[in-house]
Design a protein around this ligand. Structure first.
Ligand code: TXA
Ligand code: MG
Length: 320
């Protein structure tokens, strides 16, 4: 099989109705979509990504009023659904019994999201079922932000890639859960925490990962990994320890030049949103180049800078 790239929503819908998989654009990253109510389609998603069966999938819906068909929505979250959905926000909710266990990997909770990309929304509106869609990359690698990235990673495993252009946000959705008197943040992502705080006065909590049990994305060490070693820190200091290596330097803006390094500024004017949109594409470009090592500076811990730092930390984790 070799995937075709196109923008035919009708064709995408036909594949999906037949339990085939289609890569779809979303504003965060491209998703590998299948019928979320079909165990056959879901099994194909796990197989195509080589994803561990204990790592559950997000349920994608066409509008917020569909959420209660599949899950219990606490009233405390209503301002967030009204203000931030569609968007790069995923809610972890108690699931209703008819939601397939294979989608949630046996958990009694289901993650739900309404993507904001017009092609994704049109497709979801046209289908009689919601879509399960993890990021459309082989498990463990960097998420795809263009149709071409999907083709490179999964092109021989799926028939069709719906091309919606480069992803606007560029990092995966923020995953949250309501807990009495608090919002648990399971993954920092495309909706900044500051934005969440505009819609709730509840405090944000960051649950620790315990018992080696996967709770959300990236608890797997290899998540977001590049193929060459990546370290996070001050490029001008770290580069002195690696003088014989060819270095790729990821920074927010241009910095002090490093003699044995090539710089990859993610945003010339220092916009964290633009940097997030460029991050994964730049990681792929560096991976395909002739570098020995990546040094990424630490980004400001605010706005989308948090999601960038999180992905860089996870990328460096397997090299430690
Ligand atoms: O932006 C996004 O969220 C993208 C686009 C395609 O929508 N999707 C995405 O999916 O990033 P994925 O599968 O790569 O990451 C979603 C993470 C999973 O790693 C999983 O650990 C967590 O969400 N998750 C999903 N369902 C869950 C559940 N029932 N309980 C706990 N965690 C869950
Ligand atoms: Mg993923």
């Amino acid at each position: 099989m070799q995937a075709v790239i196109g923008n035919d929503i009708e064709k995408a819908a036909t594949y999906l109705k037949n339990d085939a998989l289609v890569a779809i654009p979303t504003e965060t990253v491209y998703g590998l979509a299948g019928n979320a109510l079909s165990a056959t389609a879901i099994a194909k998603i796990y197989a195509a990504k080589n994803r561990p069966s204990f790592n559950p999938l997000i349920l994608h819906l066409p509008a917020a009023h569909h959420i209660e068909k599949y899950a219990l929505l606490p009233t405390a979250l209503l301002p967030l659904t009204a203000g931030l959905m569609p968007g790069a926000l995923t809610l972890l909710l108690k699931k209703k019994p008819h939601v397939p266990d294979i989608l949630t990997a046996g958990s009694d909770k289901v993650a739900v999201r309404i993507p904001r990309h017009p092609l994704a929304l049109q497709l979801l509106q046209r289908l009689p079922f919601p879509l399960a869609a993890p990021s459309a990359n082989p498990s463990g690698y960097v998420s795809p932000t263009t149709a071409q990235h999907v083709l490179e990673g999964l092109g021989n495993r799926i028939p069709y890639i719906l091309d919606g252009g480069p992803a606007e946000v560029g990092v995966e959705s923020t995953i949250i859960e309501w807990e009495q008197n608090a919002i648990l943040v399971h993954r920092v992502g495309g909706i900044a925490l500051e934005e969440i705080q505009n819609y709730t006065s509840l405090p944000l909590k960051f649950p620790a990962h315990h018992n080696g049990k996967v709770q959300t994305s990236g608890q797997l060490k290899s998540h977001y990994a590049t193929q060459i070693p990546l370290v996070v820190g001050n490029p001008n200091i770290l580069s002195l320890r690696h003088t014989h290596k060819k270095l790729a330097i990821i920074r927010l803006k241009k910095g002090n030049p490093v003699s044995n390094g090539q710089e990859f500024p993610l945003s010339l004017n220092g916009s964290l949103a633009e940097a997030a949109a460029n991050l994964f594409a730049v990681m792929r470009i560096i991976d395909a180049g002739k570098f020995d090592m990546i040094i990424a500076e630490r980004f400001p811990d605010e706005g989308l800078g948090r999601a960038i730092n999180d992905r860089l930390d996870r990328a460096q984790a397997i090299w430690k």
